[in-house]
Design a protein around this ligand. Structure first.
Ligand code: HEM
Length: 234
């Protein structure tokens, strides 16, 4: 190894890249070929583990965005929220990899998965809790400023309050887009009966697509005068 590439960071890994990125640990977190009962377990673990990392970043950004709202710094909160939204978009894009996982191969790996479900994802739980905190902080901010939520129709793109409200709607929309794609994956790969079938897990997933963290903000966008629904012109 050339002298300028000799590791200087603490640790025992061969390079500073490996020491800082902890690649030895990271790359040992997937089942070895000796442990696997099906080749596609690696694909399955890589997609899920990547999602957990992006969701970790999204939850951290949402938490920091909430702290910025509490401090009255809405511009930084907006920047962080836009980044969190991109992280969930990447998690959504990752679902494309399941086009390469057939229902038969997915069935074959079931014994390796035990009773595990993505519904137990720690990253997803953190993101949900952090979204609710952000909604609480924004409502507190509006109350402190004497701004009714119904007055938040985005008419002024330069106004930090309106900009953050728009970023919150974008966040809600991206989560819903993830849910829509994930629902399709459950139908296509998991072989679940479509929504509406009594007792189907897909019925639950289909309903969740309509969930919104910030329903008031969606309503407010439709009411330029704040007078209530029906005042918006087509
Ligand atoms: C082959 C791929 C996948 C299939 C067939 C699948 C299937 C399902 C099913 C059937 C449910 C309903 C709940 C239950 O299991 O009882 C569910 C829920 C869930 N899954 Fe997946 N999933 C897949 C991939 C993923 C990935 C990559 C993630 C990323 C973290 C994920 C996260 C979730 C979450 C968060 C829920 C709770 C529902 C929600 O909040 O919208 N799943 N999944």
């Amino acid at each position: 190894m050339k002298r300028e590439h000799a590791p200087v960071l603490p640790g025992t890994a061969a390079t500073d890249y490996a020491r800082y990125m902890r690649t030895d640990e990271l790359l040992s977190l997937q089942r070895s070929s000796a442990e696997m009962i099906h080749r596609d377990e690696l694909l399955f673990q890589v997609v899920h583990q990547s999602a957990e990392l992006w969701l970790k970043l999204a939850a951290a950004d949402l938490t920091e965005a909430t702290a910025r709202v509490d401090a009255g710094d809405l511009a930084t909160a907006e920047t962080l929220l836009v980044r969190a939204t991109l992280a969930v978009r990447l998690v959504t894009d990752d679902l494309e990899m399941f086009r390469h996982l057939s229902p038969v191969d997915f069935q074959a790996m079931q014994p390796a998965l035990g009773n595990g479900s993505g519904a137990e994802s720690p990253g997803w739980h953190r993101v949900q809790a952090a979204s609710r905190q952000l909604g609480r902080a924004f409502a507190d901010h509006l109350a402190a400023q004497g701004i009714p939520a119904a007055a938040l129709c985005p008419t002024d793109p330069a106004d930090p309050v309106h900009r953050l409200a728009e970023a919150m709607v974008d966040w809600d929309e991206q989560v819903s887009l993830w849910r829509f794609r994930h629902y399709q994956v459950a139908l296509r790969v998991g072989g679940h009966a479509p929504a509406g079938t009594p007792g189907s897990k897909a019925t639950l997933l289909g309903k969740l697509i309509g969930h919104r963290f910030f329903p008031d903000l969606w309503q407010a966008r439709l009411r330029p005068t704040g007078d209530g629904p029906g005042t918006a012109q087509p």
